[in-house]
Design a protein around this ligand. Structure first.
Ligand code: GRF
Length: 194
């Protein structure tokens, strides 16, 4: 019997709404020799999301989704996922909440990066909340997505020390650096179980 050389790479879609630094970072990882994934779709709900420029630069299919009607939006997204044979969805600064119907269809195949040490500080303004509460640490978490906001099973986390006189912007910058290390690590873990 012929030996299988190298399993097929997994197809990943990254969902964004803004800057896209995590997207850019994941693209770079996907281009490494030993990478087990390829990013073949970028979904954005914002026409002007900076991250779309990375899709363009690396010639990755991109689709801007009109979110006026969430049902239609998700139907369009599902079509794109099917067309691109997507195995896993990575949310990276995607500011829309996916419906539980949508999540069911991709059960266990949607992950998200969140800028806090979950289960603390779900939602927005996470670093400001951590500073206001005199926390010693903020950080970031990659987790599976379920129907409750920022509540799915945690895959991996990284602590970042809150310094005296930190503003939330200063802290966010340091955490973002860690996000860029954490997300590829999480992906590696997830892909071995997919
Ligand atoms: C990151 O802080 C991520 O944790 C949060 O949104 C931000 C996205 O940043 N969900 P970028 O667009 O990847 O630069």
């Amino acid at each position: 019997m012929p030996r299988l050389i190298g399993a097929k790479k997994k197809n990943i879609a990254v969902f964004i709404s803004g800057n896209g630094s995590n997207l850019q970072n994941l693209i770079k990882f996907s281009l490494k020799k030993k990478s087990k994934f390829v990013i073949n779709l970028v979904i954005s709900n914002k026409f002007k999301a900076n991250g779309l420029n990375y899709a363009k630069k690396y010639k990755i299919n991109k689709k801007v989704i009109n979110y006026k009607n969430i049902k239609n939006a998700e139907k369009n997204i599902l079509n794109e996922l099917k067309r691109n044979k997507i195995d896993l969805i990575c949310l990276a600064g995607f500011m829309k909440i996916l419906s539980s119907d949508f999540i069911k269809k991709f059960k266990g195949k949607i992950i998200n990066i969140h800028p806090s040490l979950l289960p603390k500080y779900k939602g927005l303004k996470t670093h400001q909340k951590a500073i206001n509460n005199n926390e010693k640490y903020s950080g970031c978490t990659v987790h599976y997505v379920n129907s409750k906001l920022d509540s799915g099973k945690i895959i991996i986390q990284k602590k970042v020390k809150i310094l005296k006189n930190d503003t939330s912007d200063m802290l966010a910058k340091r955490v973002l650096k860690q996000e860029h290390i954490l997300y590829p690590k999480a992906l590696k873990k997830v892909l071995t179980n997919l």
